[in-house]
Design a binder for this molecule. Structure first.
Ligand SMILES: Cc1cc2nc3c(=O)[nH]c(=O)nc-3n(C[C@H](O)[C@H](O)[C@H](O)COP(=O)(O)OP(=O)(O)OC[C@H]3O[C@@H](n4cnc5c(N)ncnc54)[C@H](O)[C@@H]3O)c2cc1C
Length: 352
């Protein structure tokens, strides 16, 4: 059982101040008024979050604002938008996205959480795990099986659930290796009553709503990777150009310059793929192929690039308190969550 995590000081400071960024998002999600991001907005926002160098801050804000909230905006009724969006967009209520279960991560059809009709509402039973923002969240978007007879992706529905009532509980904060400035835990439903007004979208169509959101989620995560790679390259360039070696600096070694040039070229190529996909998405075209390709490759590229940057810092790159060391720890989850690399390659292969 994961134990309560102790956050290092700087991460903790980032954690408590991050919701201040949310004012920015009021423009993003106010239904029928204000400006709205298109996919390019998601990309620019993701990059800037990534450039903070704090994977946890990026994850928990993007989860709240650019993954969970758009589901309420897109699939919710006008009444649900009025009820939930203003407080969430202003950061007064925090959202989590509770999908993964202990018995089924990548294979979402293995979800066991059920929602059974109970008068004018639903009774939820089940368990979610690895949920970012679980401890700080006030609301969750969650998925449950509403038709036990349905097979595969059919028979799942989406709900907005509000913490604080009887029947819903959250475990203690997981002790993660990285992403220390975001919390994560389990969410338990035990005969938890959800009013019928909290069903999001059509009954039995929850899975399809989730699938529609995946392209934007992958774009968001890969853009965060781009921002983190840019930051890693920036600090490493500065380091090697100033680190004395052999009477000159590390930068004067050709192998170091070539390695950095290779990373910068990989980064530029990855960025172009993401911008190309975002432009397509903004024109209303499908980007299933491009977003699967980027989710399969960009996090792997980031791991290689950031690991190389740690190497160029020598032993100091492996020390707690060094920015490059934190970025290195924070790269790992990007190829696990939001579609594991192997699952993404399966998706690409289906479309070839
Ligand atoms: C930091 C972090 C934050 C997260 N936040 C959230 C959150 O907010 N909400 C939420 O619902 N979930 C969240 N998750 C959970 C995440 O979505 C799951 O970890 C992910 O779906 C993978 O599921 P799993 O961990 O059960 O791995 P599994 O599905 O058991 O997969 C294990 C490994 O098996 C391999 N594999 C799986 N399928 C295939 C395949 N078809 N072909 C070949 N190999 C395969 C992959 O290498 C994979 O990494 C988070 C995870 C992490 C690490």
């Amino acid at each position: 059982m994961p134990s309560r995590g102790k956050r290092p000081g700087r991460c903790r400071a980032m954690c408590t101040s991050k919701w201040g960024l949310l004012g920015f998002l009021v423009l993003r999600c106010r239904p029928n008024s204000g400006a709205d991001f298109d996919a390019l907005g998601t990309v620019i926002f993701g990059e800037e979050l990534g450039r903070s160098g704090f994977g946890g801050v990026a994850a928990s804000i993007a989860d709240h604002a650019d993954m969970a909230l758009p589901v309420v905006v897109g699939a919710g009724t006008r009444e649900q938008q009025r009820r939930f969006v203003p407080d969430v967009a202003a950061g007064r209520r925090i959202l989590g996205f509770a999908v993964t279960e202990p018995g089924g991560g990548s294979d979402l059809t293995r979800m066991k959480t059920t929602a059974v009709r109970d008068g004018d509402g639903w009774l939820l039973n089940g368990q979610k795990t690895f949920i970012t923002n679980a401890v700080s969240a006030d609301l969750f978007i969650t998925v449950a099986r509403t038709d036990p007879a349905a097979r595969g992706a059919k028979g799942f529905s989406l709900f907005v659930v509000e913490k604080g009532s009887q029947g819903i509980s959250v475990g203690s904060n997981f002790n993660k290796t990285g992403w220390c400035s975001s919390d994560m835990s389990e969410v338990f439903f035990e005969n938890f009553r959800v009013p019928s007004g909290n069903l999001l979208g059509e009954e039995g169509r929850g899975f399809y709503v989730l699938m529609q959101r995946l392209e934007r989620e992958r774009m968001s995560m890969c853009s965060q990777c781009i921002g983190m790679m840019e930051r890693a390259l920036e600090i490493t360039l500065q380091y090697v150009k100033n680190r004395p070696a052999y009477g000159r600096t590390l930068w004067d070694l050709q192998s170091i310059r070539h390695e950095m040039a290779g990373y910068a070229s990989d980064l530029a190529a990855a960025k172009l793929l993401i911008y190309h996909a975002a432009a397509k998405k903004s024109r209303g075209e499908s980007t299933r192929l491009e977003t699967s390709m980027m989710k399969a490759t960009v996090p792997q590229l980031m791991k290689r690039l950031v690991d190389g940057c740690v190497q160029m810092h020598g032993a100091s790159g492996y020390m707690r308190g060094m920015e490059i060391e934190r970025i290195w720890r924070d790269t790992r989850p990007f190829s696990l969550g939001g579609g594991a690399a192997a699952v993404m390659l399966d998706e690409v292969a289906k479309l070839l």
